[in-house]
Write a protein that binds this ligand. Structure first.
Ligand code: GUN
Ligand code: FE
Length: 462
């Protein structure tokens, strides 16, 4: 067996939802496909001989003191075009926000040069923030959507990209929608084929995603046609589901049932489906998610602005065994960082458990057993995201892709408060997750390829 990369370092990876394994000074042997062939821990008898064998290899890297490995972050919900308005315009409810700010911005991506500029910057910045896999909504424009897939391919990010479908002339502005239902479906099919061809040229994988924006944007004919296309090509599906009171209510009025059942009627809930938000699912809806293998993209920062409520993350993960990853929802969420969303997932879950209205007694205020631990939120950001996408990513473990980050704890501009060289590694892990900044993320690999070192991302001349 030849290896393309042999790394010696201390890493942290989820064993299951609750437990994080500490792999102290382990050896990670990466094969030619960028897949982890072996993880050898120090206690194993072969450790010394394997270390001696590869230590002098040109493919051997030993992490320095104060450097740690984490699996790459999986972002299950990014609106790439909205990067241009990130950090602004979060002051009005969802429907108004879409029509006032978001649709006019997304319409601009008919201009390929603009798309190129924003998407190149976004993918580079996401890699720098530790996001090794991104599930993206682009816009209705086929060409600009394909540019995003090409940029992911070129920069080495694992990108899953959807050309957005919004074909209902009643619901979408004339300046920003598909020309007709037929056009929307034809463009989606052509897009799927083009991205599948592009995928053949990449190591890490780029994937087309069937993407009805949300039920309010689409005619029944489009939803039906998209379900059929997803089945024909066996591709991923993404949409928004039961995000806000308004959106949830709109679907109930139109179909007399909830989003989940309406989407399922069109063949849009399946093992490779990832639905954003889902804050207003009922227990029947959640059961349907479990039965169909549909995953949730939990976007806790965005939810604080638009969702009118907190997702019962723990209940869905434990009682319903749903697949759940995290998403930034750029730009419904202002942050590009999944680290920030790990923190917010923990904080929101604690607010759900305790409740927020102090005029109520503590026994009436919250939803018991709702809070999640940092380990649990980390699981959703990594292994949970991989499971949602049905891809072997999100763990530093044999058989998984080498998607990994080196976090350096002692960079001068963002030194983590570690003063005791013998500090328990479980505590170091918590500091890495709660306190790392982009400056701490030194190296980023996707599928065994180094795609970012601090200050420079593939294809960026900076
Ligand atoms: N629902 C439909 N479109 C969007 C969007 O762009 N962002 C969010 N958060 N929700 C949506
Ligand atoms: Fe969204």
């Amino acid at each position: 067996m030849t290896y393309s990369l042999i790394i010696k370092g201390t890493g942290f990876t989820s064993r299951d939802r609750q437990k994080v394994d500490v792999l102290k000074d382990a050896l990670f042997l990466i094969d030619d496909h960028g897949v982890i062939a072996e993880v050898i821990e120090r206690k194993e008898s072969s450790y010394d001989s394997i270390l001696a064998k590869y230590e002098q290899s040109e493919y051997f890297i030993a992490l320095g003191e104060n450097e740690y490995l984490l699996p790459g972050m999986v972002d299950l919900h990014i609106h790439a075009p909205q990067w241009a308005q990130s950090g602004t315009a979060l002051d009005i409810p969802l429907a108004d926000w879409l029509h006032t700010y978001t649709f006019p911005l997304e319409a601009k991506y008919s201009n390929l040069a603009f798309a190129d500029q924003v998407y190149s910057d976004l993918v580079a910045q996401l890699l720098g923030a530790g996001t090794t896999t991104g599930l993206y909504f682009a816009t209705v424009h086929q060409e600009a959507s394909f540019r995003l897939a090409e940029i992911c391919a070129a920069k080495g990010q694992r990108g899953l990209v959807g050309k957005v479908v919004m074909d209902d002339p009643e619901q979408n502005p004339e300046y920003y929608r598909d020309g007709s239902t037929e056009e929307a479906l034809n463009a989606t099919e052509a897009f799927i084929q083009r991205v599948q061809r592009l995928n053949e040229t990449t190591k890490q994988g780029v994937y087309p995603v069937v993407t009805p924006r949300f039920i309010p944007s689409c005619t029944d004919q489009a939803l039906d046609g998209l379900g059929k296309l997803a089945a024909k090509y066996d591709v991923h599906i993404q949409s928004h589901c039961s995000e806000s009171d308004w959106e949830h209510g709109y679907v109930r009025e139109r179909f007399g049932k909830n989003d989940a059942f309406a989407l399922n009627d069109f063949g849009l809930l399946a093992d490779k489906s990832v639905m954003a938000h889902c804050n207003h699912l009922t227990t029947e809806d959640a059961r349907l998610f479990a039965e169909t293998g549909t995953a949730i993209a939990h976007c806790p920062i965005s939810n604080a602005y638009f969702a009118n409520g907190v997702l019962p993350l723990k209940e869905y993960a434990e009682d319903f065994q749903l697949e759940i990853g995290l998403g930034t929802d750029i730009s419904g969420g202002f942050s590009k960082s999944i680290f920030d969303n790990i923190k917010q997932a923990v904080m929101s879950s604690r607010l759900l458990e305790d409740g927020v209205n102090t005029r109520l007694s503590s026994t009436e205020r919250g939803v018991p057993k709702s809070s999640v631990t940092l380990n649990e939120a980390f699981y959703h950001a990594t292994a949970g995201g991989g499971q949602a996408l049905s891809l072997p990513i999100g763990k530093l473990a044999k058989g998984y892709a080498w998607d990994a980050l080196v976090i350096k704890a002692d960079v001068p501009e963002a030194r983590l408060p570690i003063f005791d060289q013998d500090e328990a590694l479980t505590d170091v892990f918590q500091k890495l997750i709660y306190m790392s900044q982009a400056a701490n993320i030194r190296n980023v690999w996707v599928q065994g390829q180094l795609v970012h070192t601090k200050g420079a991302t593939n294809g960026n001349h900076n």
